[in-house]
Design a protein around this ligand. Structure first.
Ligand SMILES: *[C@@H]1O[C@H](CO)[C@@H](O)[C@H](O)[C@H]1NC(C)=O
Length: 733
């Protein structure tokens, strides 16, 4: 802390010594080349339990995971101007948890002292809805997953810490470049009637009702080596819908995999040195399901205002652009990848230059005073959720439907629902016109249901500003935030800033809709837990942070973020034991692939398996596709992280503890012909000896290119030689 205090004092001294000069000159940048930074990138696996655990995002208690499509990664980017450093992390997860950040800071400080702290770590999540749940410390978020799940939390912390360590270890001098461009046909507004309630003059400034701009930051070492890339684009990773049970980074995870594969030829996912993050932005009201909502029973459009079909929420679902959710994920992921590729290779990118700075403050968002230009004030409210929250969205309707009792039979909900109570009059007035369904801000039993202490933060590299926000800002609230911060920066002497909103950062507090959207009370507004002035409050707070940061003013840290790790409860039972059918051992192959497979086909294999929760295999893989090498060794060419593979796990008998793992491999058409095999490894649990490792291998099989398709093939007709002589015919020649 000493260094920062000293720096702060020096800045104050500088301001005092040079009254009247522009504030920016007060931030010393002693480097001869202000565009040369110390840069580091890192990536590490952060995949939690692969089966038996509820998935985070749709709040659908029935969505229990059963394997892996793609692994989840933490991608870390370190930028240091020799006197200050900041680290941006984009993690494939639903949202960042306060406890995750607390633990990450603790772990990093054990190794590096006060080099890393809450203020210079910007932890953001991609918002995939296909990762394991249970990592958030506030009770409400853990109801559908039956409480806190330590294995999910540990994997996330470990992944983030390891990725930052890697970035820290490989720091080298380099330059940063920025470009941006529009990506169309990849997002729609899922609450257009809410958006339309924003003032007409304001809407007239924009061509679209969602942000189409992708902004990209490119990392290049001084010697010209490509190091990495982060881009920010606002779209929900809800291409995989709430029936998916395989862990997946969704459209953003796939885009990262494509980009990294290009830049790290031959490397397995997560193993290359180039790191490509597709980070989240103000995606609150932005759906990737571009065909839009329709009624699944009738095929007709849903009711616009309420997103219902015949009064029923459940039947109004958005689809597309693909025929099924895998294809939609592939298309929306590919679109983001292709745009990022184009922006990355743009010849005239802007080179960043100038100091690195950051500012952070925790605030009590349940009690924040907003001061408007006309001199009036307003206050935020204690957290509460409105009725439309229970309805869900067109990306995942109505799973959290308390009224219809779909959470019945969930012991966690049964236990805690008794503590619900009627909201006080102040709460009702404060949240007006939101009808309160869950008055979470006034219940702290058995422990707090919702956060109040919000982590607010800004970071800056030259004139590039990152705004990590603790939730899901809607399109318009994100625009207002960027505009306000940009004006504050200009007033403080830094004109022409480029702003990116980094969504789902540091701590999660649902949605942040504008005051006008709030009046319409669609899902995003009903989920704006701190009331109608939440967006205005954040605008004021981020402008304040920006001004203070640029002027080098010290900011009181605010109330410490609560650590509930000692209080959280968990009702999800652990693995009791695993067993096999008589005559079988763990890892035995039940079904081998056919001995011959064509590229473009799907190969599958089945193994006797143990529960994946016994060990999440962090940094490893439950499966390997291997190719036979000329020296008779086996080279791994795909893992469970690859898009082309799926690891699917199924409990056969709970009583006997038997289970089967299915591995599927969609053989890419460019796969070289040769001999291949599939392996599966995992861990099983016994009563007396605890957890043990096992491994299984299929028989080798050949992969060849398919025969020329029938339409193009020269017909293989037996040619009858008309000129056969009589003796040839006689001797059957
Ligand atoms: C999820 O997607 C599948 C197609 O992949 C579709 O059949 C199903 O209706 C969708 N379900 C929901 C609830 O969106």
């Amino acid at each position: 802390m000493g260094v920062w205090t000293l720096l702060g004092l020096l800045c104050c001294l500088a301001i005092w010594l040079s009254p009247g000069t522009q504030a920016l000159q007060d931030v010393p940048d002693p480097r001869p080349d202000p565009s040369l930074y110390n840069l580091g990138v890192g990536i590490y696996d952060a995949t939690g339990p692969a089966a038996g655990v509820n998935m985070m995002g749709y709040a659908n208690p029935g969505q229990i995971n059963s394997g892996i499509h793609m692994r989840l990664y933490s991608r870390a980017f370190l930028i240091d101007d020799t006197s200050r450093r900041l680290v941006f992390v984009s993690l494939d997860c639903g949202m960042m948890g306060q406890l995750v950040k607390i633990e990450v800071v603790k772990r990093l400080q054990m190794s590096y002292g006060d080099m890393y702290d809450h203020d210079n770590l910007l932890l953001s999540c991609t918002h995939t809805h296909s990762g394991p749940a249970g990592f958030l410390q506030y009770l409400l978020f853990d109801i559908t997953c039956m409480g806190f799940i330590q294995e999910t939390f540990d994997a996330m912390v470990e992944g983030v810490v390891k990725s930052i360590e890697m970035a820290h270890e490989n720091v080298r001098p380099g330059h940063l470049y920025v470009s941006s461009g529009e990506l169309l046909d990849s997002s729609i507004n899922r609450s257009p009637t809410g958006y339309l309630n924003n003032p007409e003059e304001e809407r007239a400034k924009y061509a679209y009702d969602t942000d189409k701009t992708m902004t990209l930051l490119k990392f290049v070492a001084e010697d010209g080596t490509d190091m990495g890339m982060i881009n920010w684009f606002a779209v929900h990773p809800t291409s995989m819908n709430n029936t998916n049970t395989l862990i997946s980074g969704d459209n953003k995870g796939y885009a990262s995999q494509l980009f990294e594969k290009d830049m790290n030829p031959g490397a397995l996912p997560g193993q290359g040195s180039f790191v490509a993050a597709f980070a989240q932005s103000n995606c609150g009201d932005v759906s990737p399901n571009t065909k839009g909502p329709r009624c699944i029973d009738t095929g007709l459009p849903c009711d616009m205002e309420t997103s219902t079909c015949n009064g029923r929420v459940k039947n109004c679902i958005a689809f597309g652009p693909g025929e099924n959710m895998m294809e939609s994920t592939r298309i929306i992921g590919y679109n983001q990848y292709a745009k990022a590729k184009e922006l990355y290779n743009q010849p005239d990118m802007l080179k960043l230059s100038g100091p690195v700075q950051f500012a952070e403050q925790t605030i009590d968002m349940g009690d924040y005073t907003v001061r408007f230009d006309d001199g009036t004030t307003a206050k935020t409210c204690l957290p509460a959720l409105g009725y439309s929250f229970a309805a869900g969205t067109i990306d995942g309707p109505g799973a959290f439907d308390f009224q219809q009792g779909t959470t019945e039979g969930n012991p966690f909900w049964d236990l805690v629902s008794a503590f619900l109570h009627k909201p006080s009059k102040e709460q009702v007035d404060c949240h007006h016109p939101k009808p309160i369904l869950l008055d979470t801000g006034e219940i702290n039993f058995p422990y707090p249901w919702h956060p109040r202490i919000m982590d607010t933060q800004v970071g800056r590299i030259g004139n590039f500003m990152i705004l990590p926000v603790p939730g899901e800002f809607t399109t318009m609230c994100g625009r207002r935030l960027r505009e306000m911060v940009s004006a504050a920066a200009e007033a403080a002497g830094l004109p022409d800033t480029i702003q990116v909103v980094a969504g789902h950062s540091n701590v999660y507090s649902h949605y942040i809709a504008t005051f006008e959207e709030y009046q319409i009370q669609r899902y995003e507004a009903a989920s704006t837990i701190f009331g109608p002035h939440t967006c205005a409050a954040y605008m004021q707070q981020y402008a304040y942070l920006t001004t203070a940061m640029l002027k080098g003013e010290s900011i009181p840290p605010g109330p410490p973020p609560p650590d509930l790790s000692k209080q959280v409860m968990s009702l999800l039972p652990g693995v009791i034991y695993d067993g096999t059918q008589p005559g079988y051992a763990f890892g035995d192959v039940i079904a081998n692939p056919y001995p011959l497979a064509y590229t473009g086909e799907t190969v599958s294999a089945k193994f006797v398996s143990g529960h994946p929760r016994n060990n999440v295999m962090l940094g490893g893989s439950f499966l390997k596709v291997q190719q036979l090498q000329p020296d008779d060794s086996w080279l791994t060419i795909a893992t469970d992280a690859n898009w082309e593979t799926r690891f699917i796990w199924e409990r056969v008998s709970s009583l006997l503890g038997t289970s089967v793992a299915t591995v599927k491999w969609d053989i890419p058409t460019d796969t070289p012909e040769g001999t291949y095999r599939i392996t599966h490894e995992g861990h099983y649990k016994t009563f007396f000896r605890g957890v043990d490792h096992y491994e299984g291998v299929t028989k080798p099989f050949k992969v060849v290119a398919p025969p020329v398709p029938a339409v193009n093939r020269v017909p293989l007709r037996r040619r009858v030689n008309p000129k056969k002589s009589w003796w040839q015919k006689l001797f059957f020649m």
